[in-house]
Write a protein that binds this ligand. Sequence first.
Ligand SMILES: Cc1cc2nc3c(=O)[nH]c(=O)nc-3n(C[C@H](O)[C@H](O)[C@H](O)COP(=O)(O)OP(=O)(O)OC[C@H]3O[C@@H](n4cnc5c(N)ncnc54)[C@H](O)[C@@H]3O)c2cc1C
Length: 415
Amino acid sequence: MHQQQPTHRPAADARTVLISGASIAGPALAHWLGRHGFRPTVVELAPALRPGGQAVDFRGETHLSVLHRMGILEDLRRIQTGGSPMTFVDADGKQLLHLPAEFAGGDIEVLRGDLSRVLYEASLPFTEYVFADSVTSLNETATGVDVTFRNSPPRTFDLVVGADGLHSNVRRLVFGPEADHVTHLGHYAATWSLPNQLDLRPGTGSIGYNAPGRLASVGVDHTDPTRARAFFVFASPELTYDRHDPEAQKALLRRSFTGLPWQVDHLLASLTTADDLYFDSISRADVPTWSTGRIALLGDAACGATIGGMGTGTGIVAAYVLAGELSRSPEDHRAAFTRYESLLRAYSQGCQKSGDRTGPFLAPSSKLGLRLRNGMLSRRRILDWMLKAGADVTTLPLPAYATTREGAGTTPTTR
Ligand SMILES: Cc1cc2nc3c(=O)[nH]c(=O)nc-3n(C[C@H](O)[C@H](O)[C@H](O)COP(=O)(O)OP(=O)(O)OC[C@H]3O[C@@H](n4cnc5c(N)ncnc54)[C@H](O)[C@@H]3O)c2cc1C
């Protein structure tokens, strides 16, 4: 267990908030709570901030406004990838469809690990971090929530927020089993890093080969051109497998992709030495109410979609609103949680919906479906329409909340 203490001292009577999860939504919430005078503690299962991972994007004025108010917009512009164009090819490598950088990359695209680090640093002055630990029980009383941990001694907090992702621990402990809240949408996704043996050039984005119900793609690493990242998607009914056993997941990938042409066998061979495999069902979280008593859910835990549901942008906006509403009535968390949900539920679900189409879009189930997708998206007008629809769905009039402290970086004025 590794602990990190805040440098800013809040008022002695500041309300304490335990946040489970230190990826995107958790550190964003800690930043805003700190600036509103709360005392946040973040507990994270991993032994340190998790580096690496996929590229994630922000799109539209609302996302950019929140990043600006946090004072991190310029930091993110400095480390953005520049977007990820996608080229789909046939078995001989001939181009069938090219999607421009902004299609997958939005207005700013950054690597998930880089974003997490920026958010963590923006929250550090106000936040106690506890790594390599996890909540084991939550017991709400009239005055707080008594929390036990796997490694740390028990503690009591005024409030608890689960920002621990699609497979949320807090949601399972308080709101019921995962099966009640997470729906498999018919596809699986996997990504891992490998040497750049195909000699992909920076700026070319990713190249993908489709067979019906399958996508095998690879793109050069944005920060290290000697490395590349594979991204595979396949259609499948819900599978039973051990989520903590990468070898079992590699076997599922081999079973689904072996024998396909293009570079698929080469990419599959790199699985043998891959030590950073991410593998998950493309699924959606639906929770009827995002809070109960002193405990609330945020980010993918509340309303996530594995990919394509704009979960990163929604998580950032939701963290801003949740902290802001708590600051409006610090002594009445129930009213704050109710306002948070009524401001955000329809918005989050609107963004989340596009996640339902991600699997069928990336890996259409038939040859006809593939031809239709490639034909339609080769037309610039249809692409522009889809980009505009993406920006529209992320638009939300942002409430203004006065903070008691400035953030780091640029001036956090209203944008
Ligand atoms: C391949 C891929 C591509 C994606 N592309 C995009 C994109 O382009 N745009 C976009 O907006 N989104 C994208 N996403 C989705 C995006 O990554 C998520 O929506 C976002 O990361 C959600 O943030 P979160 O903080 O809510 O949850 P997560 O990022 O899932 O973080 C949850 C955190 O909780 C921790 N945790 C888990 N269990 C416990 C526990 N028991 N105790 C303590 N901590 C725990 C985890 O270690 C993790 O750090 C993509 C996702 C994938 C997989």
